[in-house]
Design a protein around this ligand. Structure first.
Ligand SMILES: Cc1ncc(COP(=O)(O)O)c(C=O)c1O
Length: 445
């Protein structure tokens, strides 16, 4: 049970705000809640002694002059608001709070990861701005959009390798951001042309620069693992493989950012955290941080159809029955939900495993129904992974004491999903109903 009322933004309490408003609101809320925490914990004095335990009265959002100065686009990443999902919370008697990650400047939770990967690469000397270097990544889209957004501002080009059945709006966004996009047939990870493998290989090939040493010509690979004091080497454009699946910077972005923000914004009053996993970075980093603050917080995986992670958490075996039945429609993960679900063990998910207490399997039908339900009841137009997370929140809520608080991640906006989850023709062809009453029944069950 939580010990102090969370300080959150309820969408029905405010007039609609645009993206900038949301970001400013995020900064303001983060300031307000951390200021409150400072006040509460000054000198280690418990809140009850100060008489400060009352719920903060809802008031106008205060914007302070020094809060609206972001140092370039990277200054806008993170500090997203926590929004109460009114329809679900009221129906369940459990506070369901979503981290509004779609308000990041690149439109998703992946901005945090892109920024951290670039920051680390610069600090470690793998990337030097404005010398023609290119960041390569294999992604189903969101990470690519975030990398492309950050890279331009930091002096890099981007090449994104993605499966060719990903929602078309992500491809268009990448092109609009100036990225080079390479589309490949969805393939197994053992295939050299699988999108992650190809991105790695292209990064290595990009770095093959001919170096002239007297009469010899030497071909040298300049990838993320290579460094040299030779100025010809040092100033040559580099190919850098971001490697979100294996790169621990992914976990760290959430351990240092998302996790502490959730803790502050709930004033430590969080009982459970729910997240899907694509790379596993979010659930790994947030899970580890929250457990370090309070080991009783439950960390729960929301896993879509076709993903093997549910079985890994529940039974220790990474496997989905569609693999056995040979009924897969896609090579990667057979689900309409984009961004989460996977059938191999990544480094970032391995880091998450020790902290995951439980998992829920979410069907495509439920995820689609939830995305429609949220628009109809809360005015929240969210992407499919957010909908999947919220279905798992409902299931979990039914096992928890009334008044408990569950936090989840609202990864991206529905505007990234027009051609699939929001496309009735597509869904009908895939045999997936779009019926929000499924959620009403789930809530009532
Ligand atoms: C839309 C969306 N939601 C959720 C995730 C999952 O996050 P993570 O990779 O941290 O597991 C991703 C990952 O790419 C994503 O694109």
């Amino acid at each position: 049970m939580h010990w102090r009322e969370p300080f959150i933004w309820s969408i029905s309490d405010k007039t609609p705000l645009g993206l900038l408003g949301g970001v400013v609101l995020g900064v303001s809320l983060a300031w307000s809640s951390s200021a409150l925490m400072n006040l509460l914990f000054a000198g280690g004095t418990p809140a009850a002694d100060d008489g400060l335990q009352a719920e903060p009265a809802p008031g106008p959002i205060e914007v302070h002059e020094d809060e609206i100065q972001a140092k370039g686009i990277s200054g806008l990443v993170g500090n997203t608001p926590l929004v109460r999902i009114n329809s679900l919370s009221d129906a369940l008697g459990i506070e369901i709070l979503g981290k509004a990650e779609w308000l990041n400047p690149g439109g998703s939770v992946k901005d945090r990861v892109a920024l951290k990967i670039i920051d680390n690469a610069e600090r470690e000397g793998h990337l030097i701005p404005f010398q023609g270097s290119t960041i390569f990544e294999g992604t189903v889209g969101s990470t690519g959009i975030s990398i492309a957004t950050m890279a331009k501002a930091r002096g890099y080009n981007t090449t994104i390798v993605m499966p060719d059945d990903v929602a078309d709006e992500k491809h268009k966004a990448l092109l609009a951001l100036g990225a080079r996009v390479v589309k490949v047939r969805p393939a197994s990870i053992v295939d050299k042309k699988q999108f992650v493998n190809l991105a790695r290989e292209m990064a290595l090939e990009f770095g093959e620069v001919p170096l002239v040493h007297s009469t010899d010509v030497e071909i040298t690979r300049m990838d993320s693992a290579t460094s040299s004091d030779d100025p010809t080497h040092r100033n040559a454009p580099r190919g850098f493989f971001a490697d979100q699946f294996e790169n621990k910077a992914n976990h760290d972005a959430h351990f240092e950012g998302t996790g502490p923000e959730i803790w502050r914004q709930t004033n430590g009053g969080v009982d459970a955290f729910v997240s899907g996993a694509g790379t596993g970075g979010t659930i790994a980093g947030v899970g580890a941080y929250l457990k370090s603050m309070n080991p009783d917080i439950k960390v729960v995986l929301a896993d879509p159809e076709g993903s093997g992670l549910y079985n890994k958490v529940k039974y220790g075996v990474l496997f989905d029955k569609k693999e056995k039945e040979g009924t897969k429609r896609r090579h990667q993960v057979d689900t309409v939900v984009e961004g989460i679900g996977i059938n191999r063990l990544t480094n970032n998910f391995s880091l998450a495993l020790p902290n995951i207490d439980d998992a829920y399997r979410v069907t495509d039908t439920e995820a689609v129904a939830m995305s429609r339900y949220l628009v109809g009841h809360d005015g929240l137009f969210l992407g499919s992974s957010s909908a999947c997370n919220l279905v798992a929140c409902v299931r979990l809520a039914k096992t928890m004491e009334k008044g408990s608080t569950i936090v989840t991640i609202l990864c991206d906006s529905g505007s990234r999903h027009y051609s699939k989850v929001r496309n009735d023709d597509y869904l009908e062809k895939a045999g997936i109903p779009h019926d929000p009453s499924i959620i009403r029944r789930l809530l009532a069950s």
